[in-house]
Design a protein around this ligand. Structure first.
Ligand SMILES: Nc1ncnc2c1ncn2[C@@H]1O[C@H](COP(=O)(O)OP(=O)(O)OP(=O)(O)O)[C@@H](O)[C@H]1O
Length: 284
């Protein structure tokens, strides 16, 4: 039987601070489990208020943080066993990350196309410059851009939305099967957010990429998710099919979330009249 794309099994992460006498432990992630199937690309959302453990969980899925206990497997392989440089590069070619602020992801003094070329050189076995350029151009087309548009430009010459699309194109160069996107639209101008959000749907539907979408933004979570888990203080308080969870929320936090979504729906209805961009609500 084909292994799942991702298995997160009873994962815990505890940070300890202080010395022997004043030692303090933070249970950032407590007993979290979920799986993503290999043959069914989806947008899986991890939603929760600030400090609920979302970024810590993302770090463990990206293999940049080790769980205190429990295990994470990608295509059946325990991430703990991915140690050699070659194995790490192979893993990174399949699992890519998108971060919150695209302006932090690019050096202001470096042309953005150079990032795309180095990703192509790192992950793909292109034999000629033209082959590398084709690969880069192909990735940029997937996000609605082209090498001709991007070549020679510096980060400050692009909008936050455009730059985040370049970051996604860079992630796509290696044809990953999973993208972990941690608050990818929260630093982007509201008018450009939906372009990036719709792009994730396109990656799922047209290119078979699964997305782990991490957010505290209820409106985009509601709009984009196939399944979701709601985290609070490191624990999953509710999870499952996004519409089902939101239709009959059980946990007080999910009820609060649904109320916020309902008010967002109202905002959408208003926006459909005015032709504006949907408002977003934030869990507090
Ligand atoms: N390196 C660390 N050392 C100590 N504590 C940490 C560390 N990283 C995170 N924490 C703590 O773990 C908890 C979860 O943090 P995390 O950043 O994962 O939450 P989050 O849901 O992503 O929050 P936000 O939405 O604000 O980014 C918090 O209490 C945080 O202070």
């Amino acid at each position: 039987m084909r292994p799942n794309l991702l298995d997160v099994e009873h994962v815990n992460k505890t940070f300890t601070r202080g010395g022997f006498v004043s030692r303090r432990a933070t249970h950032a992630v407590s007993d979290v489990s979920f799986s993503l199937a290999a043959d069914k690309p989806e947008v899986f959302t991890i939603i929760g208020e600030s400090g609920s453990g979302k970024t810590t969980l993302a770090g463990m899925i990206l293999n940049s943080l080790a769980p205190t206990s429990g295990q994470i497997r990608f295509r059946g392989e325990n991430l703990r066993n991915i140690r050699s440089r070659r194995a790490r590069i192979d893993f990174m070619s399949h699992v890519q990350a998108i971060f919150q602020n695209p302006f932090d992801a690019f050096n202001p003094l470096k042309r953005v196309d150079r990032y795309l070329f180095s990703a192509a050189n790192r992950f793909m076995e292109c034999r000629t410059f033209d082959e590398t350029a084709d690969r880069v151009d192909e990735s940029l087309h997937k996000v609605g851009l082209s090498l001709a548009e991007v070549r020679g430009r510096y980060p400050h010459e692009m909008s936050g939305g455009q730059l985040q699309r370049v970051a996604i194109a860079r992630a796509l160069v290696s044809s990953p099967s999973l993208i972990v996107a941690d608050e990818p639209v929260s630093m982007i101008d509201a008018s450009l957010r939906m372009t990036v959000i719709n792009l994730f749907k396109k990656l799922r539907d047209e290119f078979g990429v699964s997305i782990i979408y991490i957010t505290h933004d209820l409106a985009t979570a509601y709009y984009i998710s196939d399944r979701l888990i709601i985290m609070q203080k490191g624990k999953v308080v509710e999870g499952g099919d996004a519409r089902t969870v939101l239709a009959a929320p059980q946990h007080p936090y999910s009820i609060k979330l649904r109320q916020a979504v309902l008010s967002v729906d109202d905002a959408w209805r208003d926006d459909s009249v005015t032709g504006g961009i949907p408002a977003t609500a934030t869990a507090t």
